[in-house]
Design a protein around this ligand. Structure first.
Ligand SMILES: C[S@@+](CC[C@H](N)C(=O)[O-])C[C@H]1O[C@@H](n2cnc3c(N)ncnc32)[C@H](O)[C@@H]1O
Length: 256
């Protein structure tokens, strides 16, 4: 369909994300590919550029799209997105609040998980990031009616609530603890994501001291790809070694 993003894969597995536009010639390493030849076709076909390079055409999965889409802010990697959904216990119909929107990688993951009966409210202080995130989200998911994007500084407060789940990917999540104590419903789940140990430590200590959070846990994930080719069956030489620490906690009734 015109306006949709498709993934072109070459023989060596290299990926190119292309937006389908009628009448456009796409340039790929000196070869031309008329995008009209892709519009209206089934996924999984092979096409050839004017230089004879064969390419496989597929709709990107969410994980593939996140890695290839244009970014303003650093995205959360697919290896963490999957774990965030389960550790945050996101379910169809949930109301989820998130900050900051960034490039929209977590937002689109949450939108798919809550489904059309759920709602995602996402705060972002930078207008340019919010605009890029919205472009990315609609490119993958089409028009989204269950997303509310707000230009709101979450350190200043959470005017929305009560919410079922709270996701934070910003530098000082501990500053959100007092607001989260009010906005999260009892039993609701706090999820924060930070790249460094001091940030994770300060978050956990603030959650513990607050009195309305229990079951506080911090984890990190490792995902090691493998090479399986003839006799060469071994882990890949390179992996994404470090991304972030995930802290989860449950909102309880607590001390008055
Ligand atoms: C690392 S990025 C988020 C990336 C996003 N999770 C993704 O997967 O694409 C952090 C974002 O938080 C935003 N931000 C920082 N402080 C904020 C605040 N107090 N309230 C709302 N957004 C904030 C930044 O502008 C930035 O876009």
């Amino acid at each position: 369909m015109e306006g949709e993003a498709v993934l072109l894969l070459d023989r060596r597995g290299r990926r190119y994300l292309v937006v389908l536009q009628a009448g456009r010639l796409h340039d790929l390493r000196g070869g031309k590919l008329p995008l009209d030849s892709l519009i209206g076709q089934e996924e999984g076909i092979s096409v050839e550029t004017s230089r004879g390079e064969r390419l496989l055409v597929l709709r990107p999965t969410l994980a593939e799209f996140v890695l290839e889409m244009p970014r303003g802010a650093q995205v959360i990697y697919p290896k963490d997105l999957g774990v965030l959904l389960l550790w945050g216990d996101v379910y169809p119909g949930a109301t989820v609040l998130e900050a900051g929107t960034g490039s929209g990688a977590l937002t689109m993951t949450l939108l798919r998980a809550v489904g059309s009966t759920g709602r995602v409210i996402s705060y972002e202080v930078r207008e340019d990031f919010a605009r890029q995130a919205m472009r990315n989200i609609e490119r993958l998911l089409g028009p989204v009616e269950h997303l509310i994007l707000r230009a709101q500084d979450i350190y200043a407060g959470i005017p929305d609530g009560p919410v079922d789940r709270l996701f934070l990917d910003l530098p000082e999540p501990w500053r959100v603890v007092p607001h989260a104590g009010e906005a999260l419903r009892p039993g609701g789940v706090w999820v924060s994501y930070v790249p460094t140990v001091p940030q994770a430590q300060q978050t956990v200590e603030t959650l513990r001291a607050h009195g309305r959070f229990a079951s506080i846990e911090t984890i990190e994930t490792f995902l090691r790809p493998w090479n399986i080719d003839g006799l060469s069956v071994r882990p890949a030489h390179r992996m994404v070694a470090h991304t972030g620490f995930i802290t989860t906690a449950r909102r309880i009734m607590g001390r008055e």
